[in-house]
Structure formats: structure tokens, C-alpha cells
Design a protein around this ligand. Structure first.
Ligand code: MSP
Length: 503
């Protein structure tokens, strides 16, 4: 049976159109989904939009639109962005879908019936931007530092979930890595937070019409975070006795940034424990990035539109840059200057030139065909290429995309050096060495194109087609040395990373 792989991104708020920060997480998930597909696993990749709550209702009202219409338009903007970035999700969930509303109600009823939900008084400072309660210690000059606004004082009747009763259980599971939280610093952060003791969490709000009514008290709607977390269950048809759910639950990797860590590592697993469901295997918390050293904000107006960036530099360049520039898990900075540099040096010079030079030589010396090796003993594998797969896999399994790409670039450098050393243009066509050198280079290129397939799908598919190789793999045999068939027709084609006139 095929191994399964279920990966999720957060579902993004639809109060505004997607920006480069949303694209970052979604591209990373797409890279992992594609990588696991090349391993022959059965993959389910879930993403979507978070559409209820005061924040969205207010954004719709500001535009004089009914929330349904407003949400549909922004959800479409997210779908369009993911299409433009070549993101191949299996399901795009919207929390306003009937199936999701039903699942939320079913789950809340179950928790209520199990005696884990009770009515109480809710008092505190609520930040609508965060859709969360703030403690005085969270504020800077009385304002939420993330949204630069004063939270609203609320005092209302709410329903509460008995989160506190899961404290010890959660601590143990996290300590033992049964809920694995990576990077390790984030695990420690959450263990530190648990030490302070957990209080119960509100799961509903009165006077908040844009939400899912509680099944046991329709005067209240579901707190938007509880509603949102349940998407990971609805997304694979929980509650319908579905084979999809049976096959894919629990998530293998859940990606998110540090801003929403507590919801995902505390409230979410506690809900699953309460429901008696297996827990996610890995919660990976990546960093936040700034733009040219500054936080992205409305006031600064420095939101980067991912579609615009992809149009300017190429989709694959943007995908490559985002996961190469800094370690996944660490904070980093996005700048067009660095993007342009990576485009020029890594892609146009190193990778693009290697492919172009080699294809031109194969075309010139062997009438556009993969040369046959005269002596089969010379078809010995290139040890470097084989070793690179090993290092690449270790890095990919640990979500160290930058390291995986470093390994690939060492192989690119090796191949470029080989051309400079061997100087194929000084060799004679009728001798053994020329076909050997060209075959080895073409074969290294085939391997690299497959290594880069999850990161730069369009470019890799194009390169493989120029080598007469299909990018659709059935098993892992594509990783073996010497799979490039003699006599395959080579197409030189246009440069893969043509210089941009405006850079
Ligand atoms: N709707 C909630 C999530 C619910 S999940 C059950 C939410 N939405 S959001 O639109 O604010 O998206 C937050 C997520 O977007 C972050 O966790 C991260 O994945 C991504 N990012 C947003 N800005 C980012 C950066 N500046 N840098 C990196 N990731 C960023 O929270």
C-alpha cells in the first residue's frame, strides 16, 4: 500500500487579498506535497480561507458589501494567486461552506454532550485584528503591537471549553514529541507557556451574527478560531465515514507561522484529545519575514503582491527565492534586490548556463541526440550525484529547504567545473571521452531537474522534456544513474532564465 501524506496550511483570513507572507507558507506546503509525490506517496494538500468573525464582517461593511459576496471575491483572489504560483492543492476549503458549518456544529454538540462545554462570563480586552483576547502584558502603550489598535473591552456571556483539564496530558505529549513541534525552540516556548497554567477558552460569542450558530444555543455563534481549526477535519470529510478521512487522518505536517502557534499547539490538540482523534504528527512553525527590513503593514503600504512578483521575476524564481534565502523556521527578510541577485547568479548563471551549454554541445557534437557510450564500463555512476540525493532527502525530510538546495547547487557547481576542466570543444567526436563527458553532464542535469521539480516545477518539466524524459514518475527508478536513454532527442530551446530588461 502507498504511504499517505496529509499536509495543511493555515486558512487565511479574507479581510484582504493575499500577500507574499501567505504565499510563503503555501509555496512551502506545495514544495513538500510535490516532493512526497515524487517519493510515490499518496498526498492530500489542504488550504483555504477563514471567512467568519467580526474582522471579516467589518471589512465587508467597509466596502458596503454583504459578507457572502465580499468573502467569495477574496476567496477567489486567493485561488487565483495559488493558480498563478503553480500551487497544486487537493482541496481549497472555505469556512462558509455548508459541509464545514455542519461539521463545526456536529463537533461542538459532541463536546457539549461530553460535558466539556459550559456557560460562563467572559471579560477581557479583545483585539479584532487577532480575533483573540489580549492580556495587559501583550499590549504596548495600550495597543495590540500587531494591529496598532486599542483592543475593545468585552464583558459577555460565553460558552467555554474545558481546556485546562488537558494541561497535563498536553505537556506530556509535547515533551515526548508525540505531538512534535519544530523547530525545538518553539516546542520549548510552548512548554514554557504550559508551565504558567492553562485557563479554559471561550468558544462562542453573542451579538456576532457573522458566524456559525451553536447547535445547543443558536443565540451565540462559534468563536472564529474554533470554527477555523475544525477546517482541518472538514477538509478531508470528517463525519461522513469517508474513505478520504480514513486514509489521510491525522495530518503528517501542519505548517504555520509563529503568530498562531498557541492555537495550533494547545487548543487544537486539546480539541482532538476531547474528540478521541489521533493527533497531528508534526506542527512546523516557520518564521516571519519583513520587507526590506520592515514589518509589512497597512500604514507603510509595503505589502508585496505575490502575483506581481511572479510576473516580474518568473513564478519559479519567486518560489525558489522564498525557500532558499533563509532557513525555514527562522525569521528573514524579503527584498527585490536579493531576489534579482538570486535570479541572476543562482538561476541564470549557474543553473541556466549549465543546461544551455550542455544542450548546445550535445546538439552540435551528436546531432541533437543523447550520445551512446562506446564502452559500457564507462557508464559508471557519478558518485556525487548519488550522494547528493542522500543529503537532499535528509534535508527535505527535516524541512530544511535551503540546505537541500545548497546540496543541489554543489552538484551544479561540480558539473560547471567539469565543463571548464574537460573543455569538451577540444575533444574529438570519434574518441571515447567526448560522449562520456556529454552523457555524464546530461545525466547530471536530469538528476538535478528532478531534485528541483518540487521547487521549480515549470522549469524542471521544460528541461526534462528537452532531454526527452517524462516528469511523471511511477516509482523511484528515476533516481538511478544511467536512466537517460541513448539516442533520446535533445532540444536546445530558448534560455531558461532570460535576462530581464528592467533589472
Ligand atoms: N485565519 C487565521 C488562521 C487560521 S488556521 C486554522 C490566520 N490567518 S492569516 O491570514 O492571518 O494568516 C496567518 C498566516 O499567514 C501565518 O501563520 C503564516 O502562515 C502566513 N503569514 C502571514 N504573514 C507572514 C509573514 N510576514 N511571514 C511569514 N508568514 C506569514 O491567522
Amino acid at each position: 500500500m502507498k504511504k499517505k501524506f496529509y499536509i495543511t496550511t493555515p486558512i487565511y483570513y479574507v479581510n484582504d487579498v493575499p500577500h507574499i507572507g501567505h504565499a510563503y507558507t503555501t509555496i512551502a506546503a506545495d514544495v513538500l506535497a510535490r516532493y512526497h509525490k515524487t517519493l510515490g506517496e499518496e498526498v492530500f494538500f489542504l488550504t483555504g480561507t477563514d471567512e467568519h468573525g467580526a474582522k471579516i464582517a467589518q471589512a465587508a461593511a467597509k466596502k458596503n458589501l454583504a459578507p457572502e459576496i465580499f468573502c467569495a471575491a477574496t476567496a477567489d483572489a486567493f485561488k487565483n494567486a495559488w493558480e498563478a504560483l503553480n500551487i497544486k492543492y487537493d482541496r481549497f476549503i472555505r469556512t462558509t461552506e455548508k459541509a464545514h458549518e455542519d461539521t463545526v456544529q456536529n463537533i461542538l454538540q459532541k463536546l457539549f454532550d461530553a460535558g466539556l462545554i459550559y456557560k460562563g462570563e467572559y471579560k477581557g480586552l479583545y483585539c479584532t485584528g487577532c480575533e483573540a483576547i489580549k492580556l495587559p502584558a501583550d499590549l504596548v502603550d495600550g495597543q495590540c503591537p500587531d494591529h496598532l489598535s486599542k483592543p475593545e473591552e468585552v464583558k459577555e456571556e460565553n460558552y467555554f471549553f474545558q481546556l485546562s483539564s488537558f494541561e497535563n496530558n498536553l505537556r506530556e505529549l509535547i515533551e515526548k514529541d508525540e505531538i512534535m513541534i519544530l523547530p525545538a525552540s518553539r516546542k520549548n516556548e510552548i512548554l514554557g507557556f504550559l508551565k504558567l497554567g492553562l485557563t479554559d477558552v471561550s468558544i462562542s460569542r453573542p451579538n456576532q451574527p457573522w458566524g456559525i450558530p451553536l447547535p445547543f444555543d443558536p443565540a451565540q455563534t462559534t468563536y472564529v478560531w474554533i470554527d477555523a481549526l475544525i477546517n482541518y477535519l472538514t477538509g478531508i470529510n470528517f463525519g461522513e465515514k469517508s474513505p478520504v478521512f480514513e486514509k489521510f487522518w491525522p495530518p503528517d505536517i501542519q505548517l504555520l507561522a509563529k503568530d498562531i502557534i498557541k492555537f495550533h499547539t494547545v487548543i487544537w490538540p486539546a480539541m482532538l484529545l476531547a474528540l478521541g482523534l489521533p493527533l497531528p504528527k508534526l506542527i512546523f512553525v516557520h518564521g516571519y519575514f519583513t520587507i526590506d527590513g520592515q514589518k509589512m503593514s497597512k500604514t507603510l503600504g509595503n505589502f508585496v503582491d505575490p502575483i506581481g512578483a511572479a510576473k516580474k521575476f518568473g513564478v519559479d524564481t519567486l518560489r525558489y527565492f522564498l525557500v532558499r534565502e533563509f532557513a525555514f523556521g527562522a525569521d528573514g527578510d524579503y527584498s527585490e534586490k536579493r531576489l534579482a541577485e538570486r535570479f541572476e547568479y543562482d538561476l541564470a548563471n549557474d543553473w541556466g548556463n549549465l543546461v544551455q551549454r550542455t544542450l548546445v554541445m550535445a546538439d552540435k557534437y551528436f546531432v541533437g541526440k543523447v550520445p551512446e557510450l562506446k564502452n559500457s564500463a564507462s557508464n559508471i555512476e557519478n558518485v556525487f550525484a548519488v550522494e547528493t540525493w542522500r543529503a537532499y532527502d535528509i534535508a527535505m525530510q527535516n524541512l530544511q529547504f535551503d540546505k537541500a538546495l545548497d546540496e543541489v547547487w554543489k552538484l551544479i557547481d561540480f558539473a560547471n567545473q567539469k565543463i571548464d576542466e574537460k573543455k569538451p570543444w577540444t575533444l574529438k567526436v570519434e574518441e571515447e571521452e567526448l560522449p562520456e563527458v556529454i552523457y555524464e553532464l546530461l545525466e547530471i542535469i536530469r538528476h538535478i531537474a528532478f531534485m528541483l521539480l518540487p521547487f521549480m516545477p515549470q522549469t524542471s518539466e521544460e528541461i526534462l522534456s528537452r532531454l526527452g524524459v517524462s516528469a511523471n514518475v511511477k516509482d523511484l527508478s528515476f533516481r538511478k544513474w544511467g536512466k537517460l536513454s541513448f539516442g533520446n532527442e535533445i532540444k536546445v530551446g530558448a534560455p531558461l532564465f532570460p535576462r530581464k530588461p528592467n533589472l
